[in-house]
Write a protein that binds this ligand. Structure first.
Ligand code: NAP
Length: 349
């Protein structure tokens, strides 16, 4: 068997343990290094994962200078992803990038250009694309179960509060990027995923109109915790999406998709494919109903990424694809503050 891909996981916090487990379960990869700001965190994470021989780093430049490392998994707070991605691309590493990949348009463009130039493979952790309900819905869309989609709704409803390990940084706009970039980007990405009929395709957003509200800006966030956006896709379909950190309820991620031949509401389907259908068909599958990282399908995402590297093909969820997701998230803030509709793209090709 060929040599396994050698992986470094950087940023030894909450999500990194799931990245490590996902790589450990792939037969073509091995985690050889754990890196973090604090040596004690990197060592503890390696120990927890049973990686007694892993190299420990506290200097990111030294980590990516290691020529034996093939893949870097970036699990640090949001404001560090852009710089770390650019450095990893320049060092020729394939990269797993946690969402959001960037907090402003300038960084988004620099990252995209660096990855284009280096021709390395990337996958961005819009991990819900591998959630079983998401996979089922995409298979149904590709099978024409609801026909042509004309309207999609998704909502990220999660009280990101003091329970969260990253609460100290996620409450600061400069480090989190606002409610949509910090986590509502999952809903924005899902909106693009479900607006496209192809099983592995996304539909780009062309226009965004948004409002910001909620109450937590007066409590513990230094940005609005609730944002509501209406979008128009480039094929003319419409969408509505919210990012809601202010809700007082358990985690929820509702999905609604309307086509000219049927409708999907979460795991319920109404379709022309079922003649004489009198009510909803309910699919008993795993829903996106938990904010816990242990519930997220990172193994599916990482297996897909290793396959992309081995077969020299691009991921449907690569950096290039999710630029539009991030532009739309940034557009919600421009739209709300300047009280206007924002047209995409915002960065030049
Ligand atoms: N895809 C998903 O579903 C999902 C789910 C959860 C999180 N995420 C994303 O994953 C990233 C990490 O989130 P997390 O929840 O794992 O956060 P976290 O628990 O705060 O972990 C981040 C780690 O990065 C290290 N770090 C390095 N430089 C740092 C700095 N300058 N400031 C603060 N920490 C620094 C910290 O370890 P030290 O102890 O060494 O300081 C920290 O433990 C975020 O971008 C988040 O949006 C994605």
């Amino acid at each position: 068997m060929a040599r396994k891909y050698r992986v470094a996981v950087h940023g030894a916090g909450w999500v990194s343990g799931e990245h490590i487990k996902a790589f450990q379960s792939n037969p073509h990869a091995e985690v050889v290094a754990v890196s973090s700001r604090k040596e004690s965190s990197a060592r503890a994470k390696a120990l927890e994962a049973g990686l007694k021989d892993a190299e420990i780093y506290t200097n990111y430049e030294k980590l990516i200078a290691n020529k034996d490392i093939d893949i870097v998994s970036i699990c640090t707070p949001n404001d560090l992803h852009a710089r770390e991605t650019i450095l990893a691309a320049e060092a020729g590493k394939h990269i797993v990038i946690e969402k959001p990949i960037a907090l402003n348009l300038e960084d988004l463009k620099k990252m995209r250009d660096a990855v284009r130039k280096a021709k390395v493979k990337t996958v961005v952790s819009f991990v819900l694309r591998w959630n079983p309900l998401f996979e089922t819905i995409k298979a149904l869309l590709a099978d024409n179960a609801v026909g042509d989609v004309f309207y999609v709704e998704t909502d990220y409803q999660h009280n990101v509060g003091p329970w969260y390990a990253g609460y100290e940084w996620v409450t600061k706009f400069a480090r989190a990027g606002g409610t949509f970039l910090a986590a509502g980007c999952h809903a924005m990405d899902a909106l693009r995923w479900f607006a496209a009929k192809g099983q592995y395709e996304t539909m780009d957003i062309a226009e965004v109109t948004a409002y910001e509200g909620g109450y937590r800006q007066k409590v513990d966030l230094d940005y609005p915790g609730f944002s509501l956006a209406i979008v128009k896709f480039k094929n003319g379909a419409l969408g509505k999406v919210t990012s809601n950190f202010d809700c007082i309820m358990p985690y929820n991620f509702p999905i609604e998709i309307h086509g000219d031949k049927g409708t999907i509401k979460d795991n319920r389907v109404y379709s022309h494919k079922f003649p004489g259908q009198k009510g909803w068909v309910t699919i008993p599958t795993i829903l996106p109903d938990s904010g816990d990282v242990t519930h997220h399908p990172f193994k599916g995402q990482i297996n897909h990424f290793i396959e992309c590297i081995m077969q020299d093909k691009e991921s449907h969820c690569n950096l290039e694809d999710v630029v539009n997701t991030h532009e739309a998230c940034i557009a919600t803030m421009i739209s709300a503050r300047e009280k206007r509709t924002v047209k995409l793209p915002l960065i030049e090709d």
